[in-house]
Write a protein that binds this ligand. Structure first.
Ligand code: 8YV
Length: 313
């Protein structure tokens, strides 16, 4: 089994002695593409992370004995699932265990964005003199206002549940549509806070573009803890600069690990480096889940979180 980035100790311990282990430990943090192609050769299982592209080229390099690709994460847009299925390779992910941690981070960004937390922190650190005043750093109220959830799966629902404590009304859009979901245009126009929880697919790429920002309320905030390319970052920077929306909180970026320069220049943007699932407890659970999936797949058993069950039929 090849593991493409360092996992937490619990997960490495769980894998040690259970298989012949090829553990990439860097530097750099992420395995370079050439090395990924080289070290995948002859493996029965791959335990991959966020940006490790598993496509036809990689599957060719791995060879026909590859049985399973276990992704350390719930999102698997880095994996060409159709290509894996065609070749009989199982694909697994780690749903559920990171739901609550990611919903917490969405709220951390919502609160930081509406109450200007990062901006206030940055301001005080400049050491500039300041005097409290009633007009100082005014944010936006949450109570009594509307939260729009884009993508009403596990994490979207967990984020929605937390809104009750803040006295917010919640509306949502869902991929398949459901009795109580609203059209995307309605959500965009009515929401005071929009939190994105949809997967990255060809349909959701740049779902938030210049036109959508123009249709949002000028007091609204946008939070993204899903995948960066759902938002056109250059258009977002322009919308913020032009005052078309109030603020944005971003955990994910269009070209990670790069962050759009125009966003860095704006005080209305709060950014963190893809920390949605980054708690000690959740990362241990994710690591152990991915290990279980890869070992099951290698042993010829059905992984608990199998993305492409059609391989087995
Ligand atoms: C991970 C994530 O940090 O689960 C996901 O989809 O984006 C994060 O929880 C990342 O996938 C690591 O591989």
């Amino acid at each position: 089994v090849l593991v493409t980035r360092e996992m937490v100790d619990e997960a490495v311990r769980a894998l040690t002695g259970r298989c012949e282990l090829d553990l990439y430990t860097g530097p750099p943090e992420a395995i370079p593409r050439d090395e990924f192609l080289e070290r995948a050769a002859g493996k029965d299982g791959l335990l991959t992370m966020l940006s490790e592209r598993v496509d036809a080229e990689l599957l060719d390099a791995a060879g026909p004995q590859l049985r399973v690709v276990a992704n350390h994460g719930v999102g698997y847009d880095n994996i060409d699932v159709a290509e894996c299925t065609k070749r009989g390779v199982l694909v697994a992910n780690t749903p559920d265990v990171l739901t609550e941690a990611t919903a917490d981070l969405a709220w951390a960004l919502i609160l930081a964005s509406v109450r200007r937390i990062a901006e206030g922190d940055r301001f005080l650190r400049t050491g500039k003199p300041w005097i409290w005043g009633p007009r100082m750093m005014l944010g936006q109220e949450l109570h009594g206002r509307t939260l729009g959830i884009v993508g009403y799966g596990r994490i979207g629902r967990a984020t929605a549940r937390r809104a009750e404590g803040f006295g917010m009304r919640v509306i949502h859009t869902a991929r398949a549509g459901s009795a109580d979901s609203v059209p995307f245009g309605t959500l965009v126009a009515e929401s005071d806070v929009i939190s994105i929880h949809a997967p990255l697919t060809p349909e959701t790429r740049h779902l938030f573009d210049a036109d959508v920002f123009r249709r949002m309320k000028p007091t609204a905030v946008l939070v993204n803890t899903a995948r960066g390319p759902l938002v056109d970052e250059a258009a977002l920077a322009e919308a913020l600069r032009a005052g078309e929306i109030f603020a944005a909180g971003l955990d994910v970026f269009e070209r990670e690990p790069e962050v759009e320069k125009a966003l860095l220049a704006l005080d209305t943007v709060t950014i963190v480096p893809h920390l949605g699932s980054a708690t000690a407890q959740t990362r241990a659970a994710m690591g152990l889940f991915a290990v279980e999936n890869v070992l099951d797949g290698v042993a010829g058993h059905r992984p608990r979180a199998l993305v492409n069950p059609e391989v087995l039929t």
